[in-house]
Structures are given as C-alpha cells and as structure tokens.
Design a protein around this ligand. Structure first.
Ligand code: MMA
Length: 161
C-alpha cells in the first residue's frame, strides 16, 4: 500500500517537472480516403524536404523527407509535383491552408522566415501552430485516396543527433 502511494507520488511529481513538448493540430479536411501516418518516419530525423503534387483544385499527393529518407508517397498520380528543400537546421513552425471535402492549400512558415505555398486559395481556412515553445513540425498524418483528403500536423522538439 505504502509502495503504491509512493509510486503514485513519484508519477505525479515527475509529470509536473517534465515539460511537455508534443502537440497536434487537425485533422483538416474530409473523411474520405485511407489513413496515413508518418509517425515512424520521424525517427529518421527532422523534416528536410517536401514534395507536393497539386492539380487545379486540390493538394493531390504528399511525400516528405525525414533526415536522409523519403517517406512513402501518399495520394494520387495526376497533377504537377513540386519539391522544396529546407535549409540545414531550418524547421517548419506554422502550417496554414484551406480545405473543403479535400485539402486545397498548404502554406508552410519556417523559422528562417520563409513562406512556402502550394495549391489554391479557396475553402475553409485553418491555421496550425505548436502549443509549446521551441517545438517544430515533426511529422504528418491524414487521409488520402486520389487526392489528400485531410491532414494532421504533429509538433515536438527538433530531434537531437
Ligand atoms: C478515391 C477514394 C475516396 C477518396 C478520394 C479522394 C476517387 O475516390 O479513395 O475515398 O475520398 O479518392 O482522395
């Protein structure tokens, strides 16, 4: 009984000293398509590059480079593929965009002051930013089929080497 009480006390105090770092925004978009998540990919390193396919209406597809490894491509095959590389050490600290049933626009803001925009400026707006200071975009999740139906943004500390 005493051991249990001590354990409970330990857990409570550990929680109060340990600062929280991870937060989540989403899911923005519709309920179609199939779920995807890059939660395992974040172990390959920080986000270093992003490929986004767009057509005249939607964000069609997404592929993300974590450290030196590209994630699987998710989404459809029709449209133009664009690729942006982050600078060494640069992180995404805000993601805004537009959606309706499907994702229509994504704008990434980095800690080096860059705004990288993809897609069309129509639909319902969202604005995602981390809850905790000094945390950055670590991975994506969402839903996809022939386009990206919805997107979720996961924030945490920049990974240490
Ligand atoms: C497919 C299917 C749907 C999804 C759309 C858009 C054409 O239908 O996967 O469930 O909503 O693509 O991604």
């Amino acid at each position: 009984m005493l051991a249990l009480a001590l354990l409970a006390l330990l857990c409570v105090s550990a929680e109060s000293v340990q600062p929280r770092t991870s937060s989540y925004n989403g899911e923005y978009g519709g309920g179609g398509g199939k779920r995807f998540s890059h939660s395992g990919n974040q172990l390959d390193g920080p986000i270093t590059a992003i490929r986004i396919r767009t057509n005249s209406y939607y964000i069609v597809g997404l592929q993300v480079k974590y450290g030196k490894e590209w994630s699987d491509y998710t989404g459809g095959s029709r449209g133009d593929l664009e690729e942006i590389f982050l600078y060494p050490g640069e992180s995404i600290i805000q993601v805004s965009g537009k959606y309706k049933n499907y994702l229509r626009q994504l704008i990434f803001v980095t800690d080096k002051g860059r705004h990288l925009a993809f897609g069309k400026d129509t639909g319902t707006s969202f604005n995602a930013a981390p809850l905790y200071p000094n945390t950055v975009l670590r991975f994506f999740s969402g839903r996809s089929g022939s386009v990206i139906d919805a997107i979720g943004l996961h924030w945490d500390l920049y990974p240490s080497e």
